[in-house]
Design a protein around this ligand. Structure first.
Ligand SMILES: Cc1cc2nc3c(=O)[nH]c(=O)nc-3n(C[C@H](O)[C@H](O)[C@H](O)COP(=O)(O)O)c2cc1C
Length: 196
């Protein structure tokens, strides 16, 4: 007769029935990217991990953003945004755009120590240091209680030589995010060693 054994991790797992689980944390680790939008007078940028490919023909992207995020009204007004894949050497800039923003700088990309150029079609800020960038026009926003699900249509793409059909991971080392350090306003990431 076949017997079913409990895996040790399952056996050890604590009973969660009496405490609320932050479900989104079960999805970690995920790749950290920067979403940016705005004009030269006001540039908003934020670190996110919730981005996915929504459809292939036409190419769409989808991300979830908490409702109070300062970037959402700018995305609605400009009807455009960019998605920027950052190499792990830019961890400080990404973490700054996720947690450590002080004051309200007019140009968040600059405040994070990065630079940008306007996208050809929409003028939306595209991070120059990114390993790849998608320029998107706003398609739809679905309100989901405390968050908004933002859908964009890809209007132009840019990728470094490391990407050819797939990533080769020769120069691009993805920034993998494990969530905030418990009790601290700082993220945990995989950092790849670089040869000088
Ligand atoms: C790597 C990383 C990924 C994040 N991903 C998301 C996300 O997908 N959705 C979200 O709402 N917030 C996410 N956050 C938190 C936001 O970046 C953070 O709340 C942001 O600074 C919002 O600031 P604002 O409300 O001033 O715009 C992430 C933070 C980090 C560091």
């Amino acid at each position: 007769m076949t017997s079913v054994q409990k895996l040790p991790e399952v056996a050890k797992a604590k009973d969660t029935s009496k405490r609320e689980i932050k479900v989104y944390r079960l999805f970690y680790p995920q790749i950290a990217v920067i979403i940016a939008s705005g004009t030269k007078d006001r540039v908003e940028a934020v670190a996110i991990n919730s981005v996915i490919s929504g459809s292939s023909h036409p190419a769409r992207v989808v991300f979830a953003m908490k409702k109070e995020a300062a970037i959402l009204p700018i995305v609605r007004e400009r009807r455009s945004f960019s998605v920027n894949w950052m190499d792990s050497r830019f961890v400080k800039s990404v973490d700054f755009l996720g947690f450590q923003r002080e004051g309200n700088p007019k140009d968040k990309i600059k405040a994070a120590g990065l630079t940008w150029l306007p996208g050809n079609t929409t003028g939306t800020p595209m991070v120059s240091e990114a390993a790849a960038t998608l320029e998107c026009s706003l398609d739809q926003v679905f309100p989901l209680d405390d968050s908004d699900l933002v859908v964009g249509r890809v209007v132009s793409t840019r990728a470094s030589g490391d990407f050819s059909e797939y990533w080769r991971f020769k120069t691009y080392k993805p920034l993998i995010y494990f969530g905030a350090a418990p009790g601290k306003k700082v993220g945990r990431y995989v950092l790849f060693p670089y040869r000088r």
